[in-house]
Design a protein around this ligand. Structure first.
Ligand code: S3P
Length: 177
């Protein structure tokens, strides 16, 4: 394993699934760059995602995500973490497929509640009951995540290192060497 990645690795999943954390360690291990669509958008826009939602609304943010995804297809092979709502947009399905191997980091609602409690950065989860909000969104999204994924990893009650090992085992020799 010396960083010869023939395809991008794209991490998808619900908010709080651990895409960014796992993405960073995976990229380090494979010695390739790590990119996160939320971070790219915030850098380009020079404002936080919560501000974009507040000032321009969710639809404008979704367009930014698609634009960001398009630009990524030109770059060097890397590990990419995408926002939880990105795979749900039909216009992104083909782009995701072209971009590389899609890995769905799956987590139960109860795990997500624990990880997301007190978070103020995610506009879709503010106010009201957190579990209910997660349940509603998860019901709309879970099937899509599973359909879009090339590989599905269960992350509940697992250490980061364990999920990382499973992911690497799930990649074929042709994808990484
Ligand atoms: C969103 C997920 C967030 C971010 C935005 C919307 C979503 O990213 O893109 O708050 O719709 O699920 P993370 O999944 O990295 O938290």
């Amino acid at each position: 394993m010396n960083g010869k990645l023939s395809k991008n690795i794209v991490l998808i999943g619900f908010m709080g699934a651990g895409k960014t954390t796992l993405g960073e360690v995976l990229a380090k291990k494979l010695r390739v760059p790590f990119v996160d669509t939320d971070q790219l958008i915030e850098q380009e826009q020079q404002r936080a995602i919560s501000c974009i939602f507040e000032e321009e609304g969710e639809a404008a943010f979704r367009k930014m995500e698609t634009e960001t995804l398009r630009k990524l297809s030109d770059g060097k092979k890397c590990v990419i973490s995408v926002g939880g709502g990105l795979p749900v947009q039909p216009q992104n399905h083909e782009l995701l497929k072209q971009l590389g191997i899609t890995v769905y980091l799956k987590a139960q609602k109860e795990t997500l509640v624990k990880r997301l409690q007190g978070d103020t950065t995610r506009p879709l989860l503010q106010g009201g009951d957190l579990l209910e909000k997660i349940e509603t969104l998860m019901n709309q999204r879970e099937d899509v995540y599973e359909q879009v994924a090339d590989l599905i990893l269960q992350t509940d009650n697992k250490q980061l290192e364990e999920v990382l090992e499973e992911l690497i085992r799930g990649l074929t020799d042709e994808e990484v060497s």
